[in-house]
Design a binder for this molecule. Sequence first.
Ligand SMILES: O=c1ccn([C@H]2C[C@H](O)[C@@H](COP(=O)(O)O)O2)c(=O)[nH]1
Ligand code: ZN
Length: 134
Amino acid sequence: MATAFLAAMRSKDPRSQVGACIVNRENKILGIGYNGMPLGCSDDEFPWGKCRDNEYNDKLSYVCHAEMNAILNKNNTDLTNCTIYVALFPCNECAKLIIQSGLREVVYASDKYSYKPKICAAKRMFDAVGVKYW
Ligand SMILES: O=c1ccn([C@H]2C[C@H](O)[C@@H](COP(=O)(O)O)O2)c(=O)[nH]1
Ligand SMILES: [Zn+2]
């Protein structure tokens, strides 16, 4: 988790810096990520604010989530039965990536958006397939 928090410090998101770290069963680190703009999309040119009435100007249209980056940055092709440490409980889109990658466990530090339908949907999927989270 400390590594996930260290990665989060690299995020340019002024509101929520999120980090993720994937480890195997021997606790070897396989992938690290943080929430950031896609490669080549300048942190200075793309929006870091929320704009719910115009998604074109909303950061959520652009930001790659920490979990996605950790999975894409992995240095091992097989993440089956691995664990992901995350600063923030994964959203539904990250939950899908986590499940499809074969990860079996999510350890999170904050569940500050637990009231949001996307987080409830993530838990619903984890519960359905037996991904543990704590
Ligand atoms: O599963 C997730 C969910 C969100 N994030 C990132 C995306 C954004 O940069 C922030 C959330 O911003 P708020 O202003 O707090 O809504 O967190 C992520 O990396 N992984
Ligand atoms: Zn997400």
